[in-house]
Structure formats: structure tokens, C-alpha cells
Design a protein around this ligand. Structure first.
Ligand SMILES: [Zn+2]
Length: 423
């Protein structure tokens, strides 16, 4: 019995010793790992690189080598925390633009076990942007356009206030952009181009384009005396019963919550635009129509002497004869036909490069999603579907998913001078 116990003890000791040796062996001879090496592949003017090392590394040294120059970036013992951070400023270290190598030396118990090398490109020069075409002035709620050329390959966007808009590369580091000026952009805001090269150097260049104020109308609409007609519409949009008792509440819900959902849906749909110019010349206004409501109008609704709700009108209301044929304002591709709450039956046409036209309150569609349409082609019939009181067309233009003033797009000279010239 005693002998068995002794034997077991011996066996356990032997196993412990073996596992100790094995883990030591593994710790020493297992391969070291470095995570985050990709961030070393390019070095701009200044970069903080964070690397994480595997548990078996106890010391790390990092060097930057170029020609016969060797600069030590870091020499650090590692405890339990296996993350190291190093701020690299190639110019300050006396290195030149161009190719270089980063070498990492990893140690365990004071012995060098691994040597890793990463080829890198030092690029400390921010991209230079040459403005080829831009406007002198744009208006709140209007549309801007520009054409620029970069000194090197970049990611480029257009900055209007706090918002960034897309630019399309048309080859040879040349970019064009048609972008909206959101109605709430403060007057005297300047438009900038933001460019970032592959190494992460950024430049912000003024385009010379300045935002001018646009006077939007505001007025009050009294709901008194129109309850029954409005209740009918609210029922249609909400799909639930509305009585004179909850009429104000239902109106508020439709004019605020439903409106917002509908607008968000339209903005999302309008972001589906091809990188292709499908349109030509000015946009068409509904034939023989009278303008009954303008873009950007701020409407306040009152009932029994009290303020009920307010909204912004994101298009033009155009009245013609009852059930008038609606033409495509320009050539393009139908990206949506369907019912969108307060907008009723809607057609959306993509004209390319972020430009989309919208036709609302229609009776029926003469086109379907995916159809190519020609400027002037009949796409639907006017009506008063959605939150409309009387047959009319609500016409809108969206640029990069933001509603803009259609009046500019109806003006042949404006389109020619401001938009056509950047293409
Ligand atoms: Zn309207």
C-alpha cells in the first residue's frame, strides 16, 4: 500500500515536472505574434501606432530604417500588459519621403527570439487640391457643384458646415460633386474640400463658394371648418378611425411622426443613385401648372385659436387640371413607385450623381421600378393621395438624399452655368 502511494507521488511529481518543462518549452519556442502590424505600412506626418504582442514576449524594440539611417522608436519591457503604443513623426526623426522599413525585435528572458520586418512608405505631405470649377455663391436650400483635382490618390468629400457630402472620382485624381446646401446652413458658411491620402495625411481646402441667405416664406393654416375633410385624410394615412374628439391628436401624429418617417424613407430611397449622368439640360416643370406652394415654406397649423403643429414643405406644389399627366422632369431611372403616407402615391427618378426627382400625390403610375425614362415621358397622373386637399403635383428634387429647391433645376441657364460645367 505504502509503496503504491510512494509510486503515485513519484508519478505526480514526474508529471508536474514534465508539464513545467513543456510549458517552459512552449513559452520559449512557440511563435510570437504581433497584432496591428498593418498600421505600420504607411507613415504620415504623425501617427500613433498601437501594437499588441503575444503573451510569450517580454521585451520589444522597434526601429525605423531608411538607407543607412537607423532610428530606435521604442524599447520596452512588457509585464502583463502586452500592448505598446508608439508615436511616429518621420520628419522629426530626420527621415525622408519614400520607402523605409520598420524592424521589430522581440525578446524572451533577455534572448532575441523574433525579428520582424515591415515595408513602409513615408508620406508626410498632405494632398494638394486644385479647384478647377466651383461657384461663387450658393443659396440655403440650393445646390452646389464643383470639380477638383488632387495631387495624389485620395478619399475626398465636400464639407458644408458640419456635413460631409460625396464626391465622385472621374479618373486621374479628378473628382466632381453635386451637393446640397441644407436649408439650415448658416449664411456665410464656406464650402471646403476634405481630402485624405493613403498614408492618412489630410488637407482641407477652401473652394471659394459661400452660402447666401434665402428667404423662406412662413405662414399659418387654420384647420377650423375643414375637420371632416381632414379626418378623411387622416383615416386614409393612419389606417385607423379618427373622430372629431381625437382629430387634433391624429393631425399632430400625421403631421409630425408620420411625416418624419415618410421623409426619412424618401431620403433613404433617394440615396440609391448611379455614378452616371442620366439627365440633360434643365428639369421640366409640370405643364400648364400654377405654383401654389414653394420649397422651404414653414407652415404652422392652428385650430380653435391654438397652435397645433408645424412643418417644412420640401418641394413645390403645382396645380394643373384634374388628373393631369405628369412628365419625367428629366431622363433617368425609376427607383421607386408606391405609397408613402402623407406623400400618397410617389414616383422617384434617379438622374445619376446623387440627383433624384420626386412626384407625389399621384393617382396612378405609368412606370415601374427599374424602368428607364426619357425627359418628358408620362410617368403618372395627378391626384390628391396622401395629405393633399385638392388635385396637385408635389414636385421635389433631392441631392445626395437632401431636399433642395427645385427652382434652380427648372432654370436652363442656372443648370448650364452651375452644374453642366463640372461634368
Ligand atoms: Zn407639397
Amino acid at each position: 500500500m505504502k509503496r503504491v502511494v510512494e509510486g503515485l507521488k513519484g508519478l505526480i511529481l514526474a508529471l508536474l515536472l514534465l508539464s513545467f518543462l513543456l510549458s517552459g518549452y512552449l513559452l520559449f519556442f512557440s511563435k510570437s505574434q504581433v497584432y496591428g502590424l498593418d498600421s505600420l505600412k504607411s507613415l504620415p506626418k504623425e501617427k500613433t501606432v498601437v501594437l499588441r504582442l503575444s503573451d510569450n514576449v517580454s521585451h520589444v524594440e522597434i526601429y525605423l530604417l531608411q538607407k543607412d539611417k537607423k532610428v530606435r522608436l521604442l524599447s520596452q519591457d512588457l509585464g502583463d500588459d502586452k500592448e505598446v503604443s508608439v508615436k511616429i513623426k518621420p520628419e522629426k526623426l530626420g527621415l525622408e519621403e519614400g520607402k523605409a522599413r520598420v524592424v521589430l525585435e522581440l525578446k524572451r528572458f533577455g534572448i532575441l527570439t523574433d525579428r520582424l520586418e515591415v515595408n513602409t512608405l513615408i508620406d508626410t505631405k498632405p494632398p494638394r487640391i486644385n479647384i478647377i470649377k466651383s461657384q461663387y455663391a450658393v443659396y440655403q436650400g440650393g445646390t452646389g457643384a464643383l470639380r477638383v483635382k488632387s495631387s495624389e490618390p485620395v478619399k475626398l468629400s465636400v464639407k458644408v458646415g458640419e456635413r460631409l457630402f460625396k464626391a465622385y472620382e472621374v479618373g486621374n485624381n479628378t473628382f466632381i460633386s453635386v451637393f446640397p446646401i441644407p436649408v439650415d446652413t448658416p449664411p456665410n458658411t464656406y464650402v471646403y474640400v476634405v481630402a485624405e491620402d493613403g498614408a492618412g495625411n489630410r488637407s482641407i481646402t477652401g473652394t471659394g463658394t459661400r452660402v447666401k441667405a434665402f428667404k423662406f416664406k412662413s405662414y399659418t393654416i387654420n384647420l377650423d371648418g375643414r375637420e371632416l375633410k381632414i379626418i378623411g385624410k387622416l383615416k386614409e394615412i393612419l389606417g385607423e378611425d379618427v373622430s372629431p374628439d381625437n382629430f387634433v391628436e391624429a393631425f399632430k401624429k400625421v403631421n409630425e411622426q408620420v411625416r418624419q418617417e415618410n421623409e426619412e424613407k424618401i431620403r433613404e430611397l433617394a440615396s440609391d443613385s448611379l455614378e452616371k449622368k442620366l439627365w440633360e439640360g434643365k428639369f421640366l416643370q409640370l405643364r400648364n401648372s400654377k405654383v401654389v406652394s414653394l420649397f422651404g415654406e414653414r407652415r404652422s397649423y392652428r385650430y380653435k385659436g391654438k397652435f397645433v403643429s408645424s412643418s417644412v414643405h420640401w418641394g413645390y406644389d403645382l396645380a394643373s387640371v384634374k388628373n393631369a399627366p405628369v412628365e419625367a422632369a428629366n431622363s433617368g431611372r425609376v427607383i421607386f413607385t408606391g405609397y408613402i403616407g402623407i406623400y400618397g402615391n410617389v414616383v422617384l427618378i434617379d438622374h445619376g450623381f446623387g440627383i433624384v426627382s420626386l412626384y407625389a400625390h399621384l393617382a396612378e403610375f405609368k412606370v415601374k421600378r427599374g424602368d428607364k425614362v426619357k425627359k418628358g415621358q408620362i410617368i403618372g397622373i395627378t391626384d390628391a393621395t396622401g395629405l393633399a386637399f385638392g388635385d396637385h403635383l408635389h414636385f421635389g428634387v433631392l441631392v445626395q438624399g437632401v431636399e433642395v429647391n427645385p427652382i434652380e433645376w427648372w432654370d436652363a441657364k442656372w443648370v448650364e452655368r452651375n452644374i453642366q460645367t463640372v461634368f
